[in-house]
Design a protein around this ligand. Sequence first.
Ligand code: PLP
Length: 399
Amino acid sequence: MSVRAGREFLAIPGPTTMPDEVLRAMHRPAVDIYSGPLLALTDSLLRDVARVFNTKGRSYIYIANGHGAWEATLTNVLSKGDKILVLESGRFAIGWGENARRMGVEVEVLKGDMRRAVRPEEVEARLKADKAGNGSSTFKAVLVAQIDTASGVVNDIAAIGQAIRAAGHDALLMVDAVASLGCMPFDMDAWGVDVAMSGSQKGLMTPPGLGFVAANDRAREVHKKAGLRTPYWDWTDREGDLHYQKYAGTPPEHLLFGLRQALDMLFEEGLENVFRRHQLLAEAVRRAVGVWSEGQAIGFNIIEPEERCDSVTTVLMDSGHNPEALRAYCHQKCGVVLGHGIGDLSGKAFRVAHMGHVNAPTVLGTLSVIEVGLGALGVPHGKGGAQAAIDWLAEQVAA
Ligand SMILES: Cc1ncc(COP(=O)(O)O)c(C=O)c1O
């Protein structure tokens, strides 16, 4: 027997649930790629992608997933043999750095771990030592993820930018905002971020397939001498007047229609409200996990409460219990798809996404289903996790 009939709910951290409005916006015939409406659409999207990154710099839209956007950032500012510093706080900055290494870049990882945020003071110390080492700075760039989707950590990008300045270092600050853009503030110019990247399929509620990059003037200056530039990713080519050049070929029309609708919805709600909604729902999830963890079998991956992010919560299960059995139960019996643990947390954790097109019913429903699953599988847990989430929202969301 199951209670899963009806629409399934996807609680994985990307791709996320797409609003019906976004799906409908894509359900239309293709249009001429050389005439007015599509050119105006591109102009509006380039402007609004820069707006969500909060930058006066340039933005670029690629037909690519996050890995593609990573490659776009690296090829445009680095040369073979350059050295970069990767800040570890989970899996994704490491993956980005690994791609750089395969492109001939020398990569040093500032050791962190899966359970905590990057420590800005360690960044400052490493960069100071780098400068002192040979007179001029050797690291060309510092790579960090704002939110790491594997660990569920949020890094303080403003503080990391400050640490780079405090060290007097001129490395470019490059930030992965794949799991954070549209879910929490991103203040590219104020934080001193030189290059930022993201993708369409998480907070931006659009199908996977669009990669976004934003670059400030400093990065575009460095770009002029970058040796890894290739025709598809090249910023200079995409800055040309020809519309066709902006995508290095045929534009991904339907994804652009979807993105336009998604951005309109975010702006209509108001980005501040969008971020507050994410905060409230994330805290509802944390309240539930906090209660469940009283049973000693499950707990938060990220140790410090203030380092837990607002778009995904990674929940560890002790070795006597199988997170995959819980995921299977929630999916097969109740129609909720949870994220699995990845990287070092494979088989040891599950993840609850609360990013993008989420609201009280979807998050409270997901939490209730997890609680049903914990009960059905006999996983020891504190009772009343979903109730704690309900109490939190009742307290916070005024009548
Ligand atoms: C933080 C972060 N960066 C990069 C990526 C890679 O994106 P993609 O899977 O679209 O290539 C992901 C994917 O989940 C991610 O969460």
